[in-house]
Design a protein around this ligand. Structure first.
Ligand SMILES: Nc1ncnc2c1ncn2[C@@H]1O[C@H](COP(=O)(O)OP(=O)(O)OP(=O)(O)O)[C@@H](O)[C@H]1O
Length: 205
């Protein structure tokens, strides 16, 4: 089953065309790694798919609410505990049971600690645990393993594999090899040619 179809997509950042001619489909069970050098536009593509910036050209077809976006920032409420953060997001998305998310990212011993008292890697684990309480099929993730130790990268890889085995899919921008059985979308050849963007309002559509 196709969860997302992207056709001839062009995207912009800061009023400049960044990528063009991006084509891919994401099927249930598929892991797709976004590759390309620093600044090519991986974050820009993910932000565009997440609806945070308008499409310049081409189309993105997906069911409404199919995607959850995990950005560089973890989106945590710093004064809330680990449990409270996950419960909050679970309520937003209609997922009541946070226990599997705590377990998958080894957060059980930290569940009563405020997010601002977590280490960088622990915060990242909590940010990733949030994916499990969204119930969304498509995970679009930007450098998800930053700050993670080797064991935690393993937990993350297991979570992605379980999500995809259950019919989800993942689109992951990363420079590291997580040892996942994945397809690769290399954006190196999709650098946009300079173009006149007069009349295109990137800030709001
Ligand atoms: N807020 C911004 N305003 C203007 N230009 C930006 C902004 N953010 C990024 N850019 C530019 O847009 C281009 C694409 O950046 P983007 O962050 O999407 O690249 P990336 O492939 O994710 O890079 P990296 O591998 O370094 O994370 C770069 O040339 C970058 O300098």
């Amino acid at each position: 089953m196709e969860l997302m179809k992207v056709t001839n997509l062009a995207c912009t950042r800061g009023g400049v065309a960044v990528l063009e001619g991006v084509d891919f489909t994401l099927k249930a069970g598929q892991i797709l790694m976004l590759r390309g050098p620093n600044g090519i536009g991986k974050t820009t593509l993910l932000r565009t798919l997440a609806g945070l910036q308008p499409v310049l050209e081409g189309s993105v077809l997906a069911a409404p609410d199919a995607l959850t976006y995990g950005a560089h920032a973890d989106g945590l409420k710093s004064t809330l505990t680990v449990t409270e953060n996950l419960t909050f997001w679970g309520r937003v998305y209609g997922v009541a049971d946070i226990a599997p998310a705590l377990k998958a990212f080894n957060l059980e011993d930290l569940k009563d600690r405020a997010a601002h008292n977590l280490s960088a890697g622990q915060k990242r684990r909590l940010g990733l645990a949030r994916l499990l309480v969204t119930g969304r099929p498509v995970w679009a993730l930007d450098e998800p393993t930053v700050s993670l130790d080797v064991a935690s990268v393993g937990l993350f890889a297991d979570a992605v594999q379980a999500h995809c085995a259950a019919g989800g899919a993942a689109l992951i921008a990363t420079h590291i090899d997580m040892g996942l059985d994945a397809d690769v979308l290399d954006l190196t050849g999709n650098k946009a040619k300079p173009r006149d963007l007069a009349g295109f309002d990137e800030a709001f559509e």
